[in-house]
Write a protein that binds this ligand. Structure first.
Ligand SMILES: [Fe+2]
Ligand SMILES: [Fe+2]
Length: 178
């Protein structure tokens, strides 16, 4: 755990009080043996599911803290929002149904099995796929985690998407953006 996508800040900077606080809030989740298995699953092409959750948790922490919301539960809920250990693309989903509806429920079951889940965390995990699913979050923290999830997915896919492009396309993008 060193940094997140789209940010220059690092979790090893001893002068960054927010980074230190964030690490303190999520460290037991990160260190858990079962949670470490998240590193074995690819998420959004070029990132692990572990890194994706870390990305979402960091932005949820920051946005909730600056909005005067429950940033601790938001960060912990965000860390656990995709806590499922299977690859749906390989047909490994344990129960039938649409992926967008099934994986938040599996993540919630895993979160409850290994950690304490309060009402805000429940909302952040269960409803993070809104509006792809019909049930809205019931807390502001839940909405923020849902938005952070989409924001990070964009950063993750955008970055890796460029990595996969041909040198000619990369050069063209460079000329346009310089
Ligand atoms: Fe998800
Ligand atoms: Fe996600």
């Amino acid at each position: 755990m060193t940094k997140v996508v789209g940010s220059k800040r690092t979790f090893t900077d001893v002068t960054d009080e927010e980074a230190i606080e964030f690490v303190d809030i999520v460290s037991d989740i990160v260190a858990h043996e079962e949670y470490q298995k998240m590193k074995n699953y690819t998420h959004h092409i070029g990132y692990t599911r572990y890194q994706h959750c870390l990305n979402v948790a960091w932005y949820s922490y920051l946005w909730c803290k600056r909005s005067g919301l429950n940033y601790k539960s938001a960060a912990r809920g965000a860390m656990l929002h995709d806590f499922y250990l299977y690859d749906q693309h390989k047909g490994e989903q344990p129960i039938p149904g649409r992926h967008v509806e099934v994986h938040p429920m599996v993540a919630l079951a895993n979160a409850n099995k290994y950690f304490e889940v309060d009402d805000v965390m429940y909302d952040c995990i269960a409803h993070h796929m809104f509006p792809s699913t019909s049930i809205r979050p019931t807390t502001m923290e839940g909405y923020i985690v849902s938005i952070a999830d989409k924001y990070c997915a964009g950063l993750e896919v955008g970055k890796t998407g460029v990595d996969y492009m041909s040198p000619y396309v990369k050069e063209a993008i460079k000329k346009i953006t310089e």
